[in-house]
Design a protein around this ligand. Structure first.
Ligand code: MRU
Length: 357
C-alpha cells in the first residue's frame, strides 16, 4: 500500500506498544478524562476488551494481538512459548463474541507463532518476530483505514450532510477509523461535510467518542439522540449514512452497534444511501448470513444505570443486545481498502478475496 501519512489527523491513539507493556486508552472515561492504562499480561487485555476499555472491531483485534505477545513473553523454551501463545489466544477469544477482527487477529498471531516455531529460530528471535507481527497488524490497519477513507470520500460531495452511528473512528482503530476516515480526509482537502452523530445508547459511543474525536479535529459535527435520526432525515439534512461494522457475513448482512438496523430502515424510507465501511479483516466469508453472527448481550445496568444513576425501576426485565444485523438489501455499498463493493454481495465479496488473495 502506498498512501501518504495524514498531516491533519491529531486524534488520540487507543493502543500504544510501549516497549515492555501495552498502554491502552481507557475509552470508558472519555471525553472527560484521558487515561492510559498499563497492561502487562493477557488477562489485563482480556479484561480491557470485555469491559470496553478498548472497543471497536479493529482496535479489539490489535489489542488482542499484543495480548498474545504479553501472554507468551515469559516462556522459557519454544514448546512452552507455543503452548502459551495458544493458551493466550484461546482465552482472549472468549472476551467478546461479535467482532470478527478479534478472531482474525488471534488466528494470524497463532499461525505466525506456529511458522516461527517450525522455522527453528531461537526463542528470543521467535518472541521478537511475534511482537513485530502485532506491530504490523496495527500499522497495516492505519494504511487500510486511509484507503477506506479515500474510497469513501468519492461518494461524498462538498456541502453534504452525513449521519453516522456508534464510533468507527480513530479511537476504534489504529488511526483515522473506517466510517470516520472520509471526514478527516475531507478536512484535509477542504471539502465541507456536516456530520450528524447518533449518541448511540446505551453506552454512548457516538456522544462520548465520535462527537469528541470529530470535534477535536475540527469536523462540523452535530450530536443527536438516536431517536432523532428520522426527524433529521425528514428535514432533508442527511444525504448519506456511513457506519462501521463488527462483522460482514458472506451474503453482505452487516452486524454493527445496536441501532444500526433502525438507521438503515430509516435511510431506505427516505431514499438515502446507507454505506458500510470496513477492512477486509471484518468480512467473514465463513459466516453465511447475519443469522449466524453471534450477538453479544451485555449487562442490564448499561440501560438501568447508564447515566451513573438509576433510571429504571429495580428488578425490571431488560434486553440489552450490543449489536444488531442489517440485512444486505438495506446496504447500498460496502467500502473496503480494496474498493467499493456493490450488490450482489454473495458474489462480489467473494470476488474481492479472489482478486486480492
Ligand atoms: O461495542 P463496541 O463499542 O465495540 O461497538 C463498536 C461498533 O459497533 C463499531 O461500529 C464497529 O466495531 C466498527 S469500528 C471501526
Amino acid at each position: 500500500m502506498t498512501t501518504t501519512e495524514s498531516t491533519s489527523y491529531k486524534g488520540l491513539q487507543s493502543v500504544i506498544w510501549a516497549g515492555e507493556q501495552l498502554d491502552l486508552l481507557d475509552q470508558r472515561l472519555l471525553p472527560e478524562e484521558i487515561v492510559y492504562l498499563p497492561l502487562v499480561n493477557a488477562q489485563d487485555v482480556w479484561e480491557a476488551i470485555r469491559h470496553l476499555k478498548v472497543r471497536g472491531a479493529p482496535a479489539i483485534g490489535i489489542a488482542a494481538a499484543y495480548g498474545v505477545v504479553l501472554g507468551s513473553r515469559d516462556a522459557s523454551d519454544r514448546n512452552a512459548w507455543m503452548a502459551a501463545v495458544k493458551e493466550a489466544a484461546a482465552h482472549l477469544a472468549t472476551s467478546r463474541p461479535t467482532a470478527v477482527n478479534l478472531f482474525w487477529a488471534l488466528d494470524r498471531m497463532t499461525a505466525r507463532a506456529e511458522a516461527l516455531a517450525a522455522g527453528g529460530s531461537d526463542l528470543a528471535a521467535c518472541k521478537e518476530a511475534l511482537l513485530q507481527e502485532a506491530i504490523t497488524i496495527q500499522s497495516e490497519d492505519e494504511e487500510t483505514n486511509r484507503l477506506i477513507g479515500e474510497h469513501a470520500l468519492t461518494l461524498f460531495q462538498d456541502g453534504m450532510g452525513v449521519l453516522t452511528h456508534c464510533n468507527a473512528g480513530g479511537l476504534a482503530t489504529a488511526k483515522y477509523g473506517t466510517a470516520l476516515a472520509p471526514f478527516y480526509l475531507a478536512l484535509e482537502q477542504g471539502i465541507k461535510l456536516r456530520v450528524f452523530a447518533d449518541e448511540t445508547r446505551p453506552v454512548l459511543q457516538g456522544a462520548r467518542l465520535t462527537a469528541f474525536e470529530l470535534q477535536q479535529a475540527g469536523v462540523d459535527v452535530t450530536l443527536i439522540c438516536d431517536n432523532m435520526a428520522g426527524m433529521v432525515m425528514s428535514k432533508g439534512w442527511v444525504d448519506a449514512v456511513i457506519v462501521g461494522t463488527d462483522r460482514v457475513a458472506a451474503n453482505g448482512d452487516v452486524a454493527n452497534k445496536i441501532g444500526t438496523y433502525s438507521v438503515a430502515v430509516l435511510a431506505k424510507a427516505h431514499g438515502i444511501p446507507f454505506y458500510v465501511a470496513c477492512p477486509l479483516s471484518t468480512i467473514d466469508l465463513n459466516t453465511p448470513s447475519g443469522a449466524e453472527i453471534p450477538i453479544e448481550e451485555r449487562h442490564a445496568e448499561e440501560i438501568t444505570e447508564g447515566f451513573g444513576k438509576r433510571t429504571a425501576p429495580v428488578g425490571v426485565k431488560v434486553f440489552n443486545p450490543a449489536f444488531d444485523v442489517t440485512p444486505n438489501d438495506y446496504v447500498t455499498a460496502i467500502i473496503t481498502e480494496k474498493g467499493i463493493v456493490k450488490p450482489p454481495y454473495d458474489v462480489n465479496l467473494k470476488k474481492l478475496f479472489e482478486i486480492n488473495g
